[in-house]
Write a protein that binds this ligand. Structure first.
Ligand code: ADP
Ligand code: 5GP
Length: 191
C-alpha cells in the first residue's frame, strides 16, 4: 500500500523549475516529508553542479545499458541528451513513507502519470517568451545553438500546460515560491 504521493514539476528550460524546487525543499513545513529523486542524465555537468546532487552524470553507453536493464521508471531524450528517473529510488522512497518530487519533462510526466494517476502535476512558466529567452542567456550554461534547441522545444512544452493541475507563472520569485509551497503542502495535507 503506497502512502506517499508524487509531485511532478515540468516546464520549459529556463522557466525556473530548479530554482523553485531547491527553495521548496528548504521549506521547514516540508522538512523530511518530500524528497526529490536524483535523475540520471547524459548531458554535461554545468559549472556549480555536483554529481549525485542535481543529477547522476553518466555516458550515453552506460545510459543505454541501464535502460536495457530496466533501471528507469521512465526515460526520455530531451533536447540532445537522455534523462531518466531511477525506478528503485522511487520504490525505496515510497517504502520509507516519503512523498516524491520529480522534476521531469512533459513526456516523462505523461509516462509517470499513467502509472501513478494520483500524481499532482505542476507546470512552471516564465512570464513571457522574452523573459524565458533572457533567463536562458543570463544563466549562461548553454551555448546559442543549445539555447535555440531548448527554445524550440519550449513552444511544444507550453502546449502541454493545460494537462497540468496547476500552472505557476514564475514572475516574482518570492511569490512563486510561496505559491508552489502552498500547492504542495495542500496536496500533501500539510498545515
Ligand atoms: P530551469 O530549471 O527551469 O531550466 P532555472 O531554475 O535554472 O530554470 O532558472 C533559469 C534562470 O532564471 C536562472 O539563471 C535563474 O536564476 C533565473 N530565474 C529563476 N526564477 C526567476 C525569477 N522569478 N525571476 C528572474 N530570474 C529567475
Ligand atoms: P536540464 O538539462 O535543464 O537540467 O533539464 C532539461 C529537461 O530535462 C528539463 O525539462 C528537466 O525537467 C528534464 N528532466 C530532468 N530529469 C529528467 C528525468 O529523469 N526524466 C525526464 N523525462 N526528464 C527529465
Amino acid at each position: 500500500m503506497i502512502k506517499g504521493k508524487i509531485i511532478i514539476i515540468s516546464g520549459p528550460s529556463g522557466s525556473g523549475k530548479t530554482t523553485l524546487y531547491k527553495k521548496l525543499l528548504l521549506s521547514p513545513r516540508l522538512k523530511g516529508k518530500l524528497v526529490k529523486t536524483i535523475s540520471v542524465t547524459t548531458r554535461p555537468k554545468r559549472i556549480g553542479e555536483k554529481d549525485g546532487r542535481e543529477y547522476r552524470f553518466i555516458s550515453k553507453k552506460m545510459f543505454s545499458y541501464k535502460k536495457k536493464e530496466r533501471h528507469f521508471l521512465e526515460s526520455q531524450k530531451v533536447f540532445d541528451n537522455y534523462y531518466g528517473t531511477p525506478k528503485k529510488d522511487v520504490e525505496d522512497l515510497f517504502k520509507a513513507g516519503k512523498n516524491i518530487l520529480l522534476c521531469i519533462d512533459v513526456k516523462g510526466a505523461r509516462v509517470v502519470y499513467r502509472q501513478y494517476p494520483s500524481a499532482i502535476k505542476i507546470f512552471i512558466k516564465a512570464p513571457s517568451w522574452e523573459s524565458l529567452k533572457k533567463r536562458l542567456e543570463v544563466r549562461g550554461s548553454e551555448n546559442q545553438q543549445v539555447i535555440k534547441i531548448r527554445l524550440r522545444t519550449a513552444r511544444k512544452e507550453l502546449r502541454e500546460a493545460k494537462r497540468y493541475d496547476y500552472v505557476i507563472v514564475n514572475d516574482n520569485l518570492i511569490e512563486s515560491c510561496k505559491k508552489l509551497e502552498e500547492i504542495v503542502c495542500s496536496a500533501l495535507g500539510i498545515e
